[in-house]
Design a protein around this ligand. Sequence first.
Ligand code: G3P
Ligand code: CA
Length: 388
Amino acid sequence: MGSQDDHTDGTGRRALLGAAMFGAGGAVLGLSGTARAATAGSAGHGGGLKSLPVPTIIGHRGASGYRPEHTFGSYQLALDLGADVVEAGDLVPTRDGHLVCRHEPEIGGTTDVADHKEFADRKRTKVLDGVSTTGWFTEDFTLAELKMLRAIERLPANRPHNTLYNGRWEIPTFEEVLKWQDEQTRRRGKQVWIYPETKHPTYFRGLGLGLEERVAKLLHKHGKARRDSPVILQSFEPTSIQRLNKLVDNPLVVLLSAANTRPWDFVATGDPRTVADLITPKGLREIAGYAQGIGPTLDLVITKKADGSLDKETTLVADAHKVGLILHPYTMRNENPFLPAEYRKGTGADAYGDAFGAFKRYFATGIDGVFTDNADTGVLARQDVVNG
Ligand code: G3P
Ligand code: CA
């Protein structure tokens, strides 16, 4: 891991503006209305979930709108742009049991592994959560081997400028992230929060590479397994969150995909329930028994019409709040293809639409935060809400 300056390049003006408005660490002080004032947590602790500004701006995979995702370049920039929390990282294991930050075990689309002739024979086709997937998988590499690779932009058609940074950063480990968090907290004088996710926990447990114990061990080792630790844990598999609930005291969030889908752990154990069952008052009450929040896809907050435009606001925000759960939906992105149809501008796949308009509509539902690839846009959109 390099110094702060090593990770901070490029975005100059945007970063400076963010720093000027929100302070070096992005603290939002003195906000009123729908936004709650933030206070920095005591050193080494986050002050609990309640210390975060609301709506909380979560840097999705770092600042992945501007840098290859899950790199220290991306994480660093998310903080510079004012993110309150950095999703560092999506966690997958190596063959020798280390946790590394990649969105998926398959790394063909996010690293230069295909250019490494020495790893050509590692290419496999596997069934991952029921889906046939071809490529290179982290569980087939030692950490030392993965460290030979470099990250590349996953969405070059939408983010051609980000390819400038292809090859610049290596794959971070979770332990490096925990140290980086402390280093950044010291440098910025403000508690840095992270939001790691256990990826495909049932799949990896089947390979003898259980994730939760490894996450818990590192959190305990670094003194970050407390209720007020600045680390929120998330997973699409409710049983992973239940397992974590027995191992650590951190805030926990159950991710929710489309209503008609089933979490993979449910499929594996024959639990017939779908996400639609989990978001009923009964399902939410059950989640509130072991988690502090939910991370629904935005479409569960406001449904979409067939043409991709927004339709009806659901009762999910009210229902979740009624049982004491916070909501951190995913994922807001500035580019046209990822926005609701009425907020697109033109047809360019790499062009920005009216992201501020979309943020405003989602914030008006009362969500407690949002995962976004563009933390600076999210911070300004929150400011718009606060200023009316
Ligand atoms: O974790 C929130 C969001 O990141 C969930 O989706 O697939 O990007 O991990 P994914
Ligand atoms: Ca994630």
